[in-house]
Design a protein around this ligand. Structure first.
Ligand SMILES: [Zn+2]
Length: 305
């Protein structure tokens, strides 16, 4: 009797374990999966991936929303993400130096696409670090990101070639109208007030493309410490042109800019999205929305009648 009971328990145990294992393995087995797993370094790239990959991709970002990618320290779950990816997208130009180690350790044989490929980067004339990685703020470069992302998706999932191409065309059309809208808006700021002062130098591509002078406290990486001379220089500039506002950034500490604002008549004009998009229900919840939010914030605060 006891033997039968034990035998039954063992049989049930084996059965349950087998069912459990089947249940666990099926979703992870590549042949049965209908979505490709795509991991991006930053939320901006991840958002463009979602726009082009839509329901054919399971997309995530290593840096969370609001995280500064220059100084990011990776956590153990990042290795797991990289290990489970079919495709990895990075920005390049030194934005996320930490990712190379991560890929080497957990994803050495995975395809890695650098979305800035084909762009000639701006050089940092202040010597804070080179080259400037913030290419997405020139929408003509964001279009190159989108094209490289579509190419990457087609490379690992060629069956859905037409799907990705169609989504790319739609997204490029949205970027084109965003680009001309931004040019119009920025031109509404009186020329002597067309100066964007921010925490770190993320907006040099933006300045060049949309014709606004950009001055920042820190260099192109937030790793560089601001100098007292930089603070004094910005204070002088603000006073000289009677600049109405300076801007802080979502992923950078605002302390020094707040101090500059106190020393001058310039108000804190708002918080700009720089190296991350915003939370799901915020005004900057996608790359396009974050860009629009920035332009609206800058124009409304600098366009004084
Ligand atoms: Zn940055």
């Amino acid at each position: 009797m006891n033997r039968i009971v034990i035998k039954n328990i063992v049989t049930i145990f084996i059965l349950v374990t087998t069912i459990f294992q089947i249940g666990c393995e099926t979703p992870n087995s590549k042949t049965n999966r209908d979505k490709i797993v795509v991991v991006s370094s930053i939320t901006i790239i991840n958002d463009i991936v979602r726009n082009i990959g839509k329901d054919k991709v399971e997309a995530s970002s290593i840096c969370a929303i609001g995280t500064d990618p220059h100084t990011y320290k990776s956590v153990p779950s990042d290795s797991r993400k990289i290990a489970s990816a079919d495709l990895i997208f990075i920005n390049g130009f030194g934005l996320e130096g930490w990712i190379n180690k991560l890929i080497k350790a957990s994803g050495e044989n995975k395809p890695v696409v650098t979305v800035s490929e084909g762009i000639i980067p701006l050089k940092d004339d202040k010597g804070h670090g080179d080259p400037d990685p913030h290419c997405w703020f020139d929408i003509s470069y964001a279009k190159i990101y989108a094209e490289n992302i579509a190419k990457g998706l087609i490379m690992v999932d060629s069956l859905n070639n037409e799907f990705y191409k169609k989504n790319l065309t739609d997204y490029i059309a949205k970027l084109d109208s965003l680009d001309s809208w931004a040019k119009d808006e920025i031109s509404k700021i009186p020329s002597d007030k067309r100066i964007l002062i921010t925490s770190h130098d993320a907006f040099r591509y933006f300045g060049k493309a949309y014709k606004i002078r950009v001055e920042a406290l820190q260099g192109i990486s937030t790793e560089a410490k601001p100098q007292t001379a930089d603070v004094a220089r910005l204070v002088d500039l603000i006073k000289k042109v009677d600049l109405p506002a300076v801007f802080i950034e979502t992923s950078v500490n605002p302390k020094l800019l707040e101090q500059i604002s106190l020393e001058t008549n310039a108000k804190i004009g708002g918080t700009l999205y720089s190296d991350s998009i915003g939370e799901e229900f915020s005004a900057g919840n996608s790359f396009i929305n974050a860009f629009k939010f920035n332009v609206n914030t800058i124009v409304s605060k600098l366009k004084v009648d």
